[in-house]
Design a protein around this ligand. Structure first.
Ligand code: BGP
Length: 474
């Protein structure tokens, strides 16, 4: 659809950016914080561990001031479960509560809305030892953790996100360092989807609890959503695309919004003798959780083709590269899309496609909770980072978002990944995403000083003009 006139971004549009606790905070065992699964995992060879990260724990005032300088209306960050409840259940750590109180107050000082992700890939290690999400008690652990957050921060935090990229925890958990498969598990698919079921129930209960405890607050999910294209117009390829759309995307949003399993996913699980066991009250809990908005992370689309039962099983990819499931779909490299230095496809029009599809399926306002470019950045001798490639990437996505708004999609906000440089899920510090450069290397910590990248000044201009001025800086 070609629009003669473009609709503007809404007046109160939430421009900002995102981070997550385990990737940005550091101070991983300081002031009473318990270890999380991220602190005890073996990091991929050649990449930094997660002990210091960007050291935001000690630099939060400076970081929030820089975000305010860019004009952020919102800052999306996550709360580390094991910082506020070191063992995952039981005693609360007052120092952890104090840290997040300070961070929230610092945002509010600049009229910046704190958008809190309740869980971003960092299960307390103590709960990992108790079976993590495979333990049916995990639902209660999470609800208790939610209650502690609502009690302590709910007077000031009005926007909540439940579980970051639950679909990636399910599809590529080992890569992210989060999946625990109990020894002796025979049916791995069943085990994984049972864990997934516990997360879905936990999310639904947390949404209901939020509405009960904090009238006026808003809460939503935060999966990684990317529309799946068919490799061709062959009907078999379209079936494959429907299959992967259901497994990758709609399972999570159908559940969050309608409280029901997607029928294609259910059929796939039945085929694999892998349907999850419902505990008493689960169906009711799932039906009772309602999001107020949809948050999702978008990096690029996926493309798949038909797969016969005789095809080989795929090697597990990462969040964006997917895998193959024989008889269901297999990935196809889209020849129409360029790629980043880290081999992720770039598809800004796919961003518009995805927004249109999600809105027409669920009719809830959307906030983008991640989108961005991972790249090698260089700090020049005079303290600059010329990241024109990041500006180009963000510009073409913001343009497409405006087209989606013109298509009638209701957008609440945009939080690219990431506010500041931090450690990637599996590719270390060298894969940078931030508007703010942090002076450290993969292994050498250096000054930890913050530098404004070119994209910092550009994004400031975008926010100041409420998305009207996407021109290069003069
Ligand atoms: C998402 C995660 C983030 C983040 C981002 C970039 O999947 O929610 O935690 O890191 O992707 O991915 P990566 O760090 O693998 O480049």
């Amino acid at each position: 659809m070609i629009h003669k006139t473009l609709k503007p971004f809404p007046k109160d549009f939430l421009w900002g950016a995102s981070t997550s606790a385990y990737q940005v905070e550091g101070a991983n065992l300081e002031d009473g914080k318990g270890p999380s699964c991220q602190d005890v995992k073996t990091v991929p060879e050649g990449t930094s561990d997660l002990t210091v990260c960007a050291d935001q724990y000690h630099h939060y005032k400076e970081d929030v001031a820089l975000m305010a300088e860019m004009g952020f209306k919102v800052y999306r960050f996550s709360i580390s479960w094991s910082r506020i409840i070191p063992q995952g259940t039981g005693a609360v750590n007052p120092k952890g509560i104090e840290y997040y109180n300070n961070l929230i107050d610092e945002c509010l000082k600049y009229d910046m809305v704190p958008l809190v992700t309740m869980f971003h890939f960092d299960m307390p290690a103590a709960l990992d030892e108790r079976g993590s999400w495979s333990n049916p008690e995990s639902v209660d652990w999470f609800v208790n953790f939610s209650r502690v957050m609502f009690e302590n921060f709910g007077d000031r935090v009005k926007y909540w996100l439940t579980i970051n990229e639950q679909n990636m925890l399910t599809l590529v958990g080992p890569l992210i360092g989060t999946l625990t498969i109990p020894e002796g598990t025979e049916n791995v698919i069943k085990e994984i989807y049972q864990q997934n079921h516990h997360m879905l129930v936990a999310q639904a209960k947390a949404m209901a609890l939020c509405h009960e405890m904090l009238p006026g607050a808003k809460i939503g999910p935060a999966p990684n959503i990317s529309l799946v294209y068919a490799a061709s117009c062959k009907p078999e390829d379209v079936l494959a695309a429907q299959n992967f759309n259901a497994i990758r995307n709609w399972l999570y949003l159908d559940m969050a919004v309608y409280g029901k399993y997607n029928n294609l996913v259910w059929a796939y699980l039945e085929e694999n003798d892998a349907t999850p066991v419902f505990a008493e009250g689960d169906a009711e809990a799932l039906a009772n959780g309602h999001p107020d908005f949809i948050g999702f992370n978008y990096y690029n689309t996926s493309t798949v083709e038909y797969s016969g039962a005789e095809d080989a099983a795929g090697k597990a990819g990462d969040q964006q590269s997917g895998t193959a499931i024989p008889g269901v779909f297999k990935p196809f490299a889209n020849p129409n899309l360029p790629r980043t230095e880290f081999n992720w496809e770039i598809d800004p029009i796919g961003y518009r496609n995805t927004l249109r599809e999600v809105y027409s399926r669920y009719r809830l306002p959307i906030i983008i909770t991640e989108n961005g470019l991972g790249a090698y950045d260089t700090l020049t001798e005079d303290g600059k980072v010329h990241d024109q490639y990041r500006i180009n990437y963000l510009r073409i996505h913001i343009e497409q978002m405006r087209l989606a708004i013109s298509d009638g999609v209701e957008m609440m906000g945009y939080c690219p990944w990431s506010a500041i440089d931090l450690i990637s899920t599996h590719e270390g510090m060298r894969k940078r995403y931030g508007f703010i450069y942090v002076d450290r290397d993969e292994f050498e910590l250096r000054t930890m000083k913050r530098y404004r990248k070119d994209s910092f000044y550009w994004y400031k201009q975008v926010i100041e003009s409420n998305g009207e001025n996407l021109e290069d800086l003069k």
